[in-house]
Design a protein around this ligand. Structure first.
Ligand SMILES: Cc1cc2nc3c(=O)[nH]c(=O)nc-3n(C[C@H](O)[C@H](O)[C@H](O)COP(=O)(O)O)c2cc1C
Length: 205
C-alpha cells in the first residue's frame, strides 16, 4: 500500500505543456484547496488566497500576465515574446493562482504570513499529486507587478506566489532527476544536524 509519505516522496513537477484533460473535478478541487487550509499558520490568519482560472478565461488571464511581465521589463516590444511563453502552458486544463494576503498591521510578521501561504501552495501540489494529477508552479516577472496584483484584488503588500497548472499527465516532461534521485541529492545537500559542541554539520543516519 502506498503510504502518504511514499506519495510525498514521489511528487515531481510536470509543466502545463505536458498536461491534458481531465482537470480535477469540482469535488477533487475542493479536497485539493481544502488540504491547503491545513498549512501551518501562525496566528491562524489564513494568509493564502487561491484564484481558480478556467480555460474560457485563459486568453484574458495570460494577456494580463504577459502585459505585467512586460511592464516589469520596461520594454513594450517584449510583449509578444512574453505572451508566447504561455501558449503551451494553456494546455493545462486548470489553473490556480496562489497568493499571500498580508495583514501588515498584524503582530505576526509579514514574512511568516508569506511562509504560511507558501506552505499552503505546496499543499495544493501535494494534494493534487495524491489524487493522481500533475502539477506545476510557475511565476515570472509578472507576479511582481502591482497592476496585475490589483487585477486579482490584491494590494502592493500582498504577494503573488505563482500560477499552479493542474491536469492529467500527457507526456514525460523535460528530463530531470527522478523524485528518488532528487530526494537523495537533496538530503545530502540540505539536511543538517546541530549540536552545542559542533554547531551545524552534515546530517548522517
Ligand atoms: C515560487 C516558485 C516559483 C516558480 N517559478 C517557476 C517558473 O517560473 N518557471 C519554472 O520553470 N519553474 C518555476 N518554479 C519551479 C517549479 O515549480 C519546479 O519546482 C521545478 O521545476 C522543480 O521540479 P520538481 O518540483 O519536480 O523538483 C517555481 C517554484 C516556486 C516555489
Amino acid at each position: 500500500m502506498t503510504t502518504l509519505v511514499e506519495n510525498l516522496l514521489s511528487r515531481t513537477s510536470l509543466a502545463g505543456a505536458f498536461m491534458t484533460d481531465p482537470a480535477p473535478s469540482d469535488d477533487e478541487l475542493r479536497l485539493i484547496l481544502g488540504a491547503a487550509q491545513r498549512a501551518a499558520d501562525h496566528g491562524r490568519l489564513q494568509p493564502w488566497r487561491f484564484f481558480v482560472v478556467r480555460p474560457a478565461d485563459y486568453d484574458a488571464f495570460f494577456d494580463r500576465m504577459a502585459a505585467a511581465a512586460t511592464r516589469q521589463q520596461g520594454d513594450p516590444e517584449r510583449y509578444t515574446q512574453n505572451r508566447e511563453k504561455y501558449r503551451l502552458t494553456a494546455r493545462a486544463p486548470l489553473l490556480v493562482v496562489a497568493a499571500a494576503k498580508i495583514d501588515t498591521a498584524h503582530k505576526v510578521p509579514a514574512i511568516e504570513q508569506a511562509f504560511a501561504a507558501a506552505g499552503a501552495t505546496q499543499l495544493v501540489l501535494t494534494a493534487a499529486h495524491a489524487l493522481g494529477y500533475a502539477g506545476f508552479l510557475f511565476s515570472g516577472l509578472g507576479v511582481f507587478d502591482v497592476g496585475f496584483k490589483a487585477e486579482l484584488g490584491l494590494t502592493s503588500t500582498d504577494h503573488l506566489i505563482g500560477v499552479i497548472c493542474l491536469g492529467t499527465p500527457n507526456g514525460p516532461g523535460k528530463p530531470g532527476p527522478s523524485a528518488a534521485e532528487a530526494v537523495e541529492k537533496g538530503l545530502a545537500a540540505t539536511a543538517m544536524q546541530w549540536t552545542a559542541a559542533g554547531g551545524a554539520s552534515t546530517w548522517r543516519t
